[in-house]
Design a protein around this ligand. Sequence first.
Ligand SMILES: *Cc1c(COP(=O)(O)O)cnc(C)c1O
Length: 395
Amino acid sequence: MSYLFPNYQRKELELIEGSHCTLTDHTGKQYLDFTSGIGVMNLGYNDPELNQVLLDQASLLWHTPNLYENGLQEKTAEKLANNKEYVSFFCNSGAEANEAAIKLARKATGKSKIITFTNSFHGRTYGAMSATGQESIHVGFEPLVPEFVYVPFNEIDPLKAAIDQQTAAVMLELVQGEGGILPAEESWVQAVQALCDAFNVLLIVDEIQTGIGRTGTLYAYEQYQIEPDIFTLAKGLGNGIPVGAMLGKASLAEFFGPGTHGSTFGGNKLAMSVACKVVERINKPAFLHEVQARAQQLFSGLLKMTEKNQLVKTVRGKGLMIGIELADQQTLIYVLDQLEANGLLALKAGQTVLRLLPPLTITEKEMSHGLNIIEKVLNELVSQDSFFEKGEGVK
Ligand SMILES: *Cc1c(COP(=O)(O)O)cnc(C)c1O
């Protein structure tokens, strides 16, 4: 028997070693990694500088309670603010960062209603789960936290109709991640910000998957010419060390005074030492420029190879957060298995989308190699007549 809850559908494969963009499994087989461990390992595996930072801090001091000054938190928060007036609260995961955002929004406005979007994903704790606009994630856990309302993504009228006197905040992802790599339209996001401003509603952006360079800028919101009141981070922030953050405009600082909110481990010294270095490394023009170049290589490569492939519906995304929508769920499962067999690890998003999240440090050569594997698998799929005759695929 397994002594674990079966809440994850696990592959019969254990990864035991990683280096840069390559992972090795328990049999010694190597894979090019296009998952980054679900958008976490943005600087790849076994990075010497991050290893050293962690080891140095580990031999100095692991943890102090948040009853004392914490220079590493200050330093990391300053880097995260990125020359803007944002203050940080540190926690240990994405869901916790969103919980903090929800609590801050309610406390700062004195209002309770929070509007989120269909297909969104904000985490698994009660507040974050209630914010998540996917019924499948709620099943069996009702009653949810009250006063969450879901409206269609990329549509302005239903949002307009939903905002009222009791609305504290609107919360969204700029590229819906788990929901299927669905980018928000720029004009829509700007209209959302304008609506929020007009009705005195806070705008919360969940950057847990899109942030920390994933979309080619430090934060995805920079590409939309908006300034959220609150935004949340986690996944890529610690490059595998558990850490989350909620940032809010400095004007919101007073609403999280002493005793209002907290976390024992939040902003832990080990986590902060790594997070600080991660942000320093990623938020450099040369680094982000290289991410954009790799993103361009990936996107145009995929477009070219899928142009005439009827099993591929669309290729979409931002930066190194790319989704390939396939004809159906069975095709997706087949493609994921074939990629793995050919030495490439990828993810799914929603029921039909192949999700690619390679480490941001991937080289041009590794990207070409990955594209070749994807092309081979997608071409084989089309030529696999028997697969479709048996009715296992589409048509
Ligand atoms: C992963 C994710 C979360 C949840 O993060 P956890 O660390 O798993 O709690 C929340 N929002 C978005 C957009 C995510 O991608």
